[in-house]
Design a protein around this ligand. Structure first.
Ligand code: NIG
Ligand code: FE
Length: 410
């Protein structure tokens, strides 16, 4: 019998496949995984390999007992920004709230000023550094939102910058238009006119130039109300773009149900989401993206209704929310630890949250997020004894090896 030779075979590994194979983490011990043409070609126990390892593949890699997970997916970031808001952090610790700072023209708008003023090269190099940090922690896919431009020209500039980052960085970037992040200074007191601009100019141009996969909005008293979000979502849908929503972070504005009504890929934050909203998300298949970095950083005490989410069968994802205001965090492994400690996710739920469920939040679960034949060969190899170590160490253990599209990056 002649066996087809795969490009690469990794042997003596323990796999956290993150599939539902009846074992926690979808684990397979003493396993092998084969890569061919950038995809996963075979997964299983070594004892079931069709031939001797050497006969199976052109390149053999001995994992020596390391654990392999799917490349991690950070499904909610605002990592394209300039400057820092350490001064705002200091203000908060001197007693001002995030909302008060935003109302005084600080908050998101101060990062808008810094981002508009930054040169392209500075913006790209700062963002590439954050991506590099993520890559070192085993991240192979990242969602990046615009939202610090807030004009037609500047939002297009940020989304084009995502394309340029993609050209120079191995991580897969999924750009999201978040023009409805805040009302820009030029439109103070005229939020509906800014929503007109989003719906009539920004979304059509972004769609035409194929600069984003989805459209997000910030539904909150200090940002956009549900009626304004509906207009943004209607325009997005008219241009065949997926939607997602920053929902119910500081108050229950019915964001979870609104996201569900539009069959949003995800609704994110959700600390104040109602049970009806959660039920609606379950029915629409909308993934809940939990953002423990913002919860921790803002000293929030209200927990997202995670038991209700479990009860109704809503998928839970976890992300960094990397941004200079509410979550200056680019470490997905720290987000994992925070999700267990702050939100009481189990280590397995947390890991699902940055693999298969994050893939659902991005609409890419058919090709990423688990170790299954046919999916892209994005593999992270970890020097750990058990998967719970990924959530247990604070600050994380660095990933030892990373395969992106079947290629070993380090
Ligand atoms: O997800 N909530 C809105 N957006 C960000 C905060 C952005 C900022 O403060 O600059 C978030 O927490
Ligand atoms: Fe966010």
């Amino acid at each position: 019998m002649t066996t087809r030779k795969w490009d690469t075979l990794i042997v003596n590994a323990n796999l956290a496949t993150m599939t539902e194979n009846g074992c926690a983490y979808g684990e397979i011990r003493q396993a092998a995984i084969a890569i061919d043409s950038a995809s996963i070609a075979w997964v299983g126990p070594m004892s079931e390999l069709p031939d001797t390892p050497a006969e199976c593949a052109r390149t053999l890699f001995n994992a020596n007992g390391m654990w392999i997970t799917p490349g991690l997916i950070d499904c909610h970031t605002h990592l394209l920004f300039a400057g820092s808001r350490a001064w705002e952090f200091e203000f908060r610790l001197n007693g001002k709230s995030y909302q008060e700072i935003a109302e005084d023209g600080g908050g998101i708008l101060s990062t808008v000023r810094a981002t508009r003023e930054a040169t392209d090269s500075r913006l790209l190099s700062d963002s590439a550094n954050r991506l590099q940090h993520m890559l070192a922690e085993g991240v192979t896919s990242v969602e990046i939102k615009s939202g610090y431009g807030l004009s037609l020209e500047q939002e297009l500039r940020l989304l084009s910058a995502c394309k340029r980052l993609q050209d120079r960085h191995p991580i897969d970037i999924y750009p999201t238009l978040l023009a409805a992040h805040a009302v820009p200074e030029e439109y103070t007191g005229r939020p509906d006119e800014y929503v007109d601009l989003i719906c009539e100019s920004i979304i059509p141009q972004v769609a035409e130039q194929q600069l984003a996969d989805s459209v997000d909005a910030y539904c909150e008293t200090l940002a956009f109300n549900p009626a304004q979000v509906r207009r943004v979502f209607d325009a997005a849908k008219a241009h065949k773009l997926d939607v997602r929503l920053h929902a119910d972070q500081f108050s229950d504005s019915g964001g979870a149900a609104l996201a569900a009504e539009y069959k949003a890929l995800s609704a994110d934050h959700l600390e104040y989401a109602s049970e009806d909203g959660i039920r609606a998300m379950a029915a629409s298949g909308t993934t809940a993206v939990l953002l423990p970095g913002a919860f921790y950083m803002l000293g929030e005490t209200r927990l997202p209704p995670i038991d209700r989410m479990r009860e109704h069968g809503v998928r839970l994802a976890v992300a960094t929310d990397c941004n200079p205001g509410s979550s200056p965090l680019s470490s997905i492994l720290t987000a994992l630890n925070l999700s267990c400690i702050c939100f009481r996710l189990t280590p397995e739920e947390a890991l699902q949250g940055v693999t298969i469920n994050a893939a659902h939040a991005l609409g890419i679960a058919h090709r990423a997020g688990s170790l299954e034949v046919g999916k892209i060969a994005d593999l992270a190899l970890w020097h750990i004894d058990e998967p719970a170590e990924l959530t247990y160490w604070i600050g994380g253990r660095k990933c030892r090896h990373l395969y992106k599209n079947g290629e070993c990056l380090f």
